[in-house]
Ligand binder design. Structure first.
Ligand SMILES: NC(=O)c1ccc[n+]([C@@H]2O[C@H](COP(=O)([O-])OP(=O)(O)OC[C@H]3O[C@@H](n4cnc5c(N)ncnc54)[C@H](O)[C@@H]3O)[C@@H](O)[C@H]2O)c1
Length: 322
């Protein structure tokens, strides 16, 4: 298939592009390289450096590529920044997404697979979180993602687009060639590993008095390779709808630090800090819907996730070096 991947120079997109190329698809990456990296684009894919906020160019690119499907990763993703600068998040995640949908309609591309997030659920009403739980985001980032889900539903009904919405929990780990190199890193595992690499003195644990087994917050870590695989299935198949993507297993912050200690052999000092506003105690997915509709079962456990991330970071101590 000819597949456009927006945000394919970013963390999760880069691993998916690699798998799509392995599977024989013809991939065009659209990325403004604001957060992404040229070196994160698999050399078998083409790269169009452009912004989704350039609507005319977007239609031209989709038309001339003869695209049959779009996988849409491109977004601004920092929860904290979204609180201080909500306009940036609505403009990029909503207006950029609107331009993409309009370009798809103009170019008669009917299939889209979209990255959404467990942040659309806010503080969930039950654990594990299934797709029927109410969506009440607490951050502008989560609101912008939920608003895009709603807009996509309207386009699907009006224009016959077949949408798949994937709400990821905590993406983590690396493939051999592509890993996590955010310019501002807020994700737990790369932050912990940067301590082991000597780039930070300690890791901060936000909240040690939650009602969890060890007082730290519990999250569901899912390997990027497992995410890539379910995107491949979705783009090649006929399923539509919204699906949570997690392992169904929760791990506390302290537990993740302990696994990182075992894998790296480093002490990894900890600084205990107060809870961050809006951080729920536990976020764990029910992945039953994705399992039954897409036959997807994440294959990678926490230790394997950390091993893959550690191997990538040791091989790329400067990340992609740009
Ligand atoms: N990382 C996670 O744990 C996680 C969890 C839930 C959801 N998500 C979602 O998954 C997607 C990918 O996340 P990631 O961690 O790989 O982020 P990332 O920042 O590494 O990748 C996003 C990519 O999109 C590009 N981009 C952003 N705005 C653009 C625009 N207007 N035009 C062109 N390119 C643009 C960036 O340059 C970057 O390469 C995002 O939509 C994010 O909201 C991620």
């Amino acid at each position: 298939m000819r597949i456009v991947v927006t945000g394919g120079a970013g963390y999760i997109g880069s691993v998916c592009v690699e798998l799509l190329c392995d599977s024989g698809h013809e991939v065009l990456v659209i990325d403004n390289l604001g957060e992404g990296h040229r070196a994160a684009v698999d050399p078998r894919a083409s790269l169009e450096v452009m912004d989704l906020k350039e609507p005319e160019r977007l239609s031209d690119v989709l038309n001339s590529h003869g695209s049959e499907a779009v996988i849409h990763y491109a977004a601004d993703t920092l929860v904290g920044e979204s609180v201080s600068n909500p306009a940036k998040y609505y403009r990029n995640n909503l207006v950029g997404g609107l331009n993409l949908l309009e370009a798809m309609v103009a170019s008669k591309v009917a299939k889209i697979v979209v990255s959404s997030t467990c942040a659309t659920y806010g503080a969930p009403d039950k654990i594990p979180i299934d797709e029927g739980c109410s969506q009440s985001p607490v951050s502008p980032y989560g609101h912008s993602k939920l608003a895009f889900e709603g807009m996509l539903g309207c386009f699907a009904r009006a224009h016959g687009i077949d949408p798949v919405i994937f709400r990821y929990f905590n993406a983590a780990g690396a493939s051999k060639n592509f890993g996590e190199d955010h310019r501002v890193e807020t994700h737990l595992i790369p932050v912990i590993l940067s301590v082991a690499l000597g780039e930070r003195e300690c890791v901060e644990v936000f909240g040690t008095d939650y009602d969890t087994s060890d007082g730290s917050a519990v999250r569901d870590y899912v390997h990027v390779g497992d995410l890539a695989e379910v995107h491949r299935r979705a783009v090649e198949g006929k399923v539509t709808g919204a699906f949570n993507l997690g392992t169904g297993q929760g791990h506390s912050v302290r537990e993740v630090i302990e696994v990182c200690r075992e894998v790296t052999g480093h002490d990894i000092p900890v600084k205990e800090s107060p809870r961050r506003k809006g951080d729920p105690p536990v976020l764990v997915a029910s992945n039953e819907k994705a399992a039954s509709a897409l036959g997807w079962c994440p294959a990678t456990n926490l230790r394997e996730i950390v091993v893959s991330a550690w191997e990538w970071h040791r091989a790329h101590p400067q990340g992609y070096g740009d």
